[in-house]
Design a protein around this ligand. Structure first.
Ligand code: PMP
Length: 392
């Protein structure tokens, strides 16, 4: 069979169960409101936590970098694509994160894959939370190391895994700092304590904590005061930082090793100057405009309390990610569509991104939302939630 009818057949089923989702085109910039199919709607689906995608200082930095250094870099970092600005930014990032060194990857996804796949061998074992991000799972798939998955944030199960893997050379415990579908924070102090008890390394993926948690948005390690006790911090430059990229922050030896062995670093071209310059501007903003993080958190609290007051099931979120859990995949998609009709863009999330029976509309408020945006969004949730019988 030399065609794609087998894919078409599978997708027909997705269409029947309501999970076939064409991509949504934005016809505007990525702000608190976006234009979709000619309609202006309140954006509750971006990771633009601090509104930095459109911050004037970010745009200015990107424009100036293009003027001075051009549009692209023309090479991978190891050949001719390392610019002074790449190195300077990494030094800045390491200083910000209070680590010895940092290394930037093209995305958070490739940072996870790059680090996990390169530093472990068949002598080692990786011990990973069951709800860790897909990029961690893919990194694990690429290692030759043994693997143990522990129940979500379950410290008894983690301890069991650590007890049962004492014969391996290196044990690497990996957790998301903030879990992307539920918005709960990993019990990092407990994880670190267990890892210290059993001599294991700890890696945290701070994609949803970078720019959100900790002093000036330094992440979960700072939030819990665990500097020096978490061996690898991965983060993204694509969410709160507002641009694109991922990073690994940790000891110099790790950076040196990754430069020689992490395949996404070795075989994929470096960030364009505009990206790096805007990321550097974001660090300035995190340090100089702490009010953005304060507004993010007050908006998040207001919106979360509003949803709870209306009677929605919002799970165990502790961060600006608030899921509205409805159960069936089709109902989550319907809720999302009806919200759109009421002027709110909040994407439905179904299996396999979340477990069956846990489909949801995931909301993320940002520092860019006004009080009025959030009140209008809550009104839309109330109207649609009642119409679909999600709340009474
Ligand atoms: N880790 C987590 C926990 C994430 O949520 C994401 C983004 N979906 C990533 C890594 C990947 O980051 P990026 O979008 O920069 O590739």
């Amino acid at each position: 069979m030399a065609d794609f009818s087998y894919l078409q057949a599978e997708m027909e089923n997705w269409k029947k169960d309501g999970t076939f989702r064409p991509l949504t085109e934005l016809e505007s910039d990525q702000g608190a409101k976006v234009k979709i199919r000619g309609k202006e709607v309140i954006q509750l689906s971006s990771n633009n936590y601090l509104g930095l995608t459109i911050h004037p200082r970010m745009k200015k930095a990107a424009l100036e970098a293009v003027e001075t250094f051009g549009a692209g870099t023309g090479s991978v970092r190891t050949i001719a694509g390392t610019f002074s600005m790449h190195e300077a930014f990494e030094k800045r990032l390491a200083e910000f994160k209070h680590t010895e060194a940092a290394l930037v990857f093209q995305s958070g996804f490739t940072a996870n894959v790059g680090v996990i796949a390169s530093i472990l061998t068949e002598q080692d074992v990786v011990i990973s939370d069951e709800l860790n991000h897909a990029s961690i799972i893919d990194g694990i798939r690429l290692t030759k190391a043994a693997r143990r998955i522990y129940k979500h944030s379950d410290m008894n199960d983690l301890e069991k895994a650590l007890q049962e893997t004492q014969n391996y050379r290196v044990r690497l415990v990996i957790t998301d700092g903030v879990f992307s579908m539920d918005g709960d924070i990993a019990p990092l102090p407990d994880i670190v304590e267990l890892a210290e008890k059993y001599d294991a390394l700890v890696m945290v993926d701070d994609a949803h904590a970078s720019g959100v948690l900790g002093k000036n948005g330094r992440g979960t390690v700072d939030h819990f005061g665990l500097h020096g006790r978490v061996h690898i911090q991965v983060g993204t430059l694509s969410k709160a930082i507002g641009v694109l990229g991922g990073y690994v922050a940790g000891p110099q030896v790790l950076r040196d090793y990754l430069i020689h062995r992490a395949r996404p670093f070795l075989f994929s071209t470096s960030h364009p100057p505009a990206v790096t310059a805007a990321c550097e501007a974001a660090i300035d903003i995190l340090l100089e405009e702490p009010e953005l993080i304060e507004r993010l958190w007050s908006n998040a609290r207001f919106f979360k309390e509003g949803l709870e007051r209306l009677g929605f099931e919002t799970g165990n979120s502790e961060t600006p990610i608030t899921p509205v859990i409805v159960g069936e995949d089709a109902l989550a998609m319907r809720l999302s569509d009806e919200l759109f009709a009421e002027g709110v863009y909040a994407q439905g999330i179904a299996y396999p991104t979340v477990a069956k029976g846990k489909a949801r509309v995931r909301t993320i408020v940002t520092a860019a939302h006004s009080q009025e945006d959030l009140e209008l969004a809550l009104q839309a949730f109330e109207k649609v939630g009642k119409k679909l019988g999600v709340i009474s």
